[in-house]
Design a protein around this ligand. Structure first.
Ligand code: FAD
Length: 235
């Protein structure tokens, strides 16, 4: 962490996409290259916390020099109140893209499961787009997205559009705090049902620890190994 170099990035756009989540567009002075699934580390000056950096998954590439982040507000947090207080045109300090939570380079001959809650969907937006649009992956891809309410279904229209265009992609938002005509409760019974008839799977889990640990245990109990399960913890 100490050897990291931080680059100037201008906050060029801020888009509120749910009551607590914003898309932040960061524009760097040079083109930025990343692998789907990676994150950047932002450095905050004057942060009231022992660590002055926070990591954010890359949710998309806007143009050669600009990345999109998707950040949820944490009222008692040190960094997010600062981030949410920034205006268009403000300066941030950012690392280059980091991290090994990425897709294998070689073709994937397995059913893919993306399981997340909240802003954990951000890296999956890039990974799923790459698989469908660039790699033309034609084996099944499932996205199970745990949300509290309908308003928390980040990037809903995009995933719905993918599901319409690509028959091998299925989008499963699961709501825990609002009645609706889709899947309800926690994500676990829903992906487990699909796993009853799946022979080989590769799993990507992203978000807050509690849900991910339970998911990892459930998948391991079915006989899948460490190599089959990639996890990015946000806390
Ligand atoms: C790889 C990764 C990707 C992430 N992507 C996203 C994302 O896309 N969207 C999103 O909303 N959040 C993401 N997070 C969570 C984000 O980094 C912050 O934890 C979150 O925004 C809350 O920050 P805060 O300062 O407001 O809260 P705080 O409660 O002040 O801090 C959050 C917690 O992180 C710990 N922490 C922070 N920095 C460090 C550090 N350098 N070393 C060790 N522990 C540390 C703190 O001790 C604290 O428990 C990601 C986290 C990781 C690790």
């Amino acid at each position: 962490m100490n050897n990291l170099h931080f680059y100037k990035a201008i906050l060029t756009d801020v888009i509120q996409i749910s009551p607590t989540v914003r898309r932040l567009i960061l524009t760097y002075e040079q083109p930025v290259h990343f692998k789907a699934g990676q994150f950047v580390i932002l450095k905050f000056e004057g942060l009231n916390h022992q660590f002055d950096t926070r990591s954010y998954s890359i949710a998309g590439q806007v143009d050669a020099n600009s990345l999109e982040l998707c950040v949820v507000f944490k009222a008692d947090g040190a960094a997010t109140p600062l981030l949410f207080g920034l205006q268009k045109g403000d300066l941030l300090l950012s690392s280059l893209p980091e991290g090994r939570f990425v897709l294998p380079v070689e073709p994937i001959e397995k059913t893919l499961f993306f399981i997340c809650t909240g802003t954990g969907v951000a890296p999956f937006r890039c990974m799923i787009k790459e698989l469908l649009e660039e790699r033309k992956h034609n084996l099944p891809i499932y996205l199970f997205f745990g949300c509290r309410k309908k308003e928390d279904m980040l990037y809903k229209e995009e995933f719905e559009t993918f599901a319409k265009i690509f028959p091998n992609f299925t989008y499963h938002p699961v709501l825990s705090r609002e009645q609706w005509d889709g899947l309800s409760g926690y994500v676990h019974p829903h992906y487990l049902k699909v796993l009853e008839t799946t022979r080989e799977g590769l799993f990507y889990l992203c978000g807050w620890t509690e849900m991910l640990k339970q998911t990892r245990d459930n998948i391991k109990n079915l006989g899948y190994t460490r190599q089959d399960i990639k996890v990015e913890f946000y806390d």
